[in-house]
Design a protein around this ligand. Sequence first.
Ligand code: NAD
Length: 487
Amino acid sequence: MTVEVRKDTIGNFIDGQWVESQDGETIESKNPSNVKESVGRVYLSTEKDALLATTAAKNAAKAWAKLSGNIRGEYLRKTADLLEQNLDSIACTMASEMGKTLLESKGETARGIAILRYYAAEGMRPIGQVIPSSEEGTILMTSRVPLGVVALITPWNFPVAIPIWKMAPALIYGNTVVLKPALETTVTAAKVMECFATIFPAGVVNMVSGDGAVVGQALCEDSNVKAISFTGSNAVGRAIAANAVARGVKFQLEMGGKNPVIVTEHADIELAAELTVSGSMKSTGQKCTATSRAIVVADVYDVFRTKVIEKLETIKLGSPFENETYLGPVASEKQYKSVMKMIEKGKAEGATLVLGGKRSDQPDHQNGYFVEPTLFEHVTSDMSIAQDEIFGPVLTLLKVDSTEEAIAIANDVRYGLSASIFTTKIEEMMRFIQDIEVGMVRVNAESSGVELQAPFGGLKESSSYSREQGQAAIEFFTSIKTITMKA
Ligand code: NAD
């Protein structure tokens, strides 16, 4: 079965219906490969729409929570099947709307499907413990219970996988949801939502499009909402946390990164160069776990640098729909300006630009936000390009004298999402695992690409220290009841 998203302005999905915004304006979603092309029109919804959605979710919450985990799992399984039938069309929309290559867009959609199937099975897994009671004839046990209505606020860089990795656990554990996707990727989110809409009972899943400062904020302040799961930038995440604390509701934040790879003199340099380039350039560097800093021990710096340059020079920048394309455009004008500003800062602060650093001048790129793969060297840890998230196709090289110094520099940032080391020496691996201040530690592996059944999240300012994905998700999306029972 192929689902159809409305061809006219894409509405909000509330209480089982696609509806127009109460009084919101509309805005065009533009293709970043060619801004003259529209991908669809979406609503800039208002607080009234947000309230309608949370009310629908609240009304549906009791009946949904009462269903067995097994039955809830069936809904997830059927949605996964429907997404699979629509995989190509969802991936094409994603590639058009935010410029991710078609190959990566298909991979991301497949991941979303796998996440749904993983959580469908969670409906059959234990949700509590039996604890030995000190009193005779007494059963002491715990049971995990849903929170109620959960608001899910998501970014544009994984417009399919992130909404699904929040929706799937929220739903399997008995919550109802309101999704507020990033405005930049609402058409893609609507395609995903259409699959949920076809399967789920009215009110259990809802979506409201719009500006974060309006709809996102309204959801965060809504008394129907009992928990907020947010992925996005640090500034927004911190404001959401402050508000959630004031209201006494649960919150979960996954935010930025400044992810390093360390290359020691014991590394397989070919492997290190290959995975540093893919880690920094895939998805146009717009992954929270993208490699942003290569910290390289002096003995192997030149050989590593040469290999990285060779590989970057072969990268094909172009349309996400062409098979040979490795690097698509950055996702939006806002993102383009922000990446170019960071490149200018790098130059101004004294780093040496080795490659790229500018908008592509190819004639067929003139209507898109195509930034050339960019490499800086002579970068020091105090520079903005070594401290702040760039979120674009920009890699920085930092030279150090030892592995100890490399780890110290890797930790010298406010973020702590993921980090890799390339080495064949077990002592260096062990030291890295112990001393690196990140949530996701990678040894001889790219800085991005953590498997879906494992906990995902960061340390320091990258996270609220809660974890998503895998079985860790139960911690956020449920609460514990402790039950003492005497006959
Ligand atoms: P963003 O913070 O601008 O927006 C994220 C979401 O929050 C969007 O839906 C937006 O509309 C909404 N929002 C904005 N202002 C709001 C407010 N005042 N109240 C409530 N919601 C509001 O981030 P972005 O530019 O969409 O995404 C890029 C960021 O996301 C990067 O920093 C990246 O590292 C991070 N990210 C983190 C992870 C992770 O798991 N750690 C994964 C992907 C992206």
